[in-house]
Write a protein that binds this ligand. Structure first.
Ligand code: UT7
Length: 328
């Protein structure tokens, strides 16, 4: 007999900045084409934040929508977890600014697990609520990647977008809730996707700026291979450990990194294409925000319904990856 779930997603929200940057726009900036980007990634356009918007603005907008959907007041929150690799500033945590903007008073901290950050956040929230069933935890995935992308590097600048997604978690109800989470990291690939400058190894300096070391650098093929292999195994494991079969999964909500990665992983696991949700064409890769944005869009447009089983999986810098399965 499996333990009943401890926590449940009570409500979700998301926020996308208004400005759209199309593949055609980017083809005027670097040597690329709409055709190449669509064929190799599935992306047609992405959102870019306005100059006066910061990460905590995007996060707070998504958080307010999630709190409304959950029927939870900011003052009732026990914890705010902001998963991001593009914080407002290195210190303090972006979560403290979100706390102020939404009117909360609880513990608030950032979580750095790149694209896997939202799944990591769900897992931490679940364990926290298991220890305190009265707790309400806000988990946000938010990125303002346009600020750290090198807009002269065609191998990365075509991929990323800005956005935020959020979920409020509270105690589970019967069999509705998080049925399992699995988290993994392989640090041997730590330098395959990084922002090398601005930290303790290479503090901010004119040299760092000149080398563009304050911008994202990626070995795309290495990350691609790691993603296909590990997202498949993590997804299989979380479903099996939850006592489910793949046929019992209603929807797959995968990290939106590359449509070819999504296709290879879900085909290998024998999920039919009509079960696999995607918004990468409109939104691009929003790292930690990608799963909660897609989840919220799919709940709001009626695709994901109460009682259905949703599988989420993500891999990113680290490489860190994870999977979660939830009965909504
Ligand atoms: O969010 C989690 C972390 N990120 C990911 O999961 C991303 C994983 N990686 C990928 O999605 C893919 O590796 C990319 C989309 C980044 C690249 O696609 P690829 O099919 O792996 O291309 P490639 O790196 O093997 O490059 C093939 C060719 C190269 O030209 P040559 O050397 O064959 O002449 C690249 O220079 O494509 C060229 N190329 C481009 N051409 C036009 C690379 N980027 C572009 C571009 N436009 N934007």
């Amino acid at each position: 007999m499996r333990r009943p779930p401890a926590s449940r997603i009570l409500g979700t929200g998301h926020y996308l900045p208004q400005m759209v940057r199309t593949n055609q726009d980017i083809s005027k900036m670097v040597d690329t084409s709409d055709e190449w980007i669509r064929e190799r990634t599935g992306i047609s356009e992405r959102r870019v934040a306005a100059p006066d918007e910061c990460t905590s603005d995007l996060a707070s907008a998504a958080a307010k929508n999630a709190l409304d959907a959950a029927g939870v007041k900011a003052s009732e929150l026990s914890m705010i977890i902001v998963a991001t690799v593009t914080p407002d500033m290195p210190m303090p945590a972006t979560a403290v600014f979100v706390q102020q903007k939404i009117g909360a008073t609880c513990a608030a901290f950032d979580l750095s697990a790149a694209c896997a950050g939202f799944v990591y956040g769900l897992s931490i929230a679940d364990k926290f609520i298991a220890g305190d069933p009265n707790a309400k935890v806000l988990v946000i995935g938010v990125e303002l990647l346009s600020r750290v992308v090198n807009w002269e590097d065609r191998t990365t600048c075509v991929l990323f977008g800005d956005g935020a997604g959020a979920a409020v978690l509270g105690a589970a109800e019967g069999d509705r809730g998080l049925l399992g989470t699995e988290l993994f990291t392989d640090g041997s690939l730590g330098r395959a996707l990084m922002i090398p400058g601005g930290g303790s190894i290479s503090p901010a300096s004119v040299g760092v700026l000149e080398a563009r070391d304050h911008k994202v650098k990626m070995e795309g093929r290495a990350i691609f291979k790691a993603a296909v292999k590990n997202l498949y195994s993590a997804s299989q494991r979380v479903v099996t450990n939850a006592g489910l079969k793949n046929e019992e999964v209603d929807w797959v909500v995968p990290h939106q990194a590359n449509q070819r990665i999504i296709h290879q992983v879900t085909t290998k696991a024998k999920y039919s294409d009509d079960k696999v949700l995607s918004n990468i064409a409109r939104v691009g890769n929003t790292s930690s925000a990608s799963i909660p944005i897609l989840l919220d869009e799919s709940i709001r447009n009626g695709t994901i319904k109460e009682g259905q089983v949703v599988l989420m999986c993500a891999l990113g810098a680290g490489v860190s990856w994870g999977a979660a399965v939830s009965r909504m």
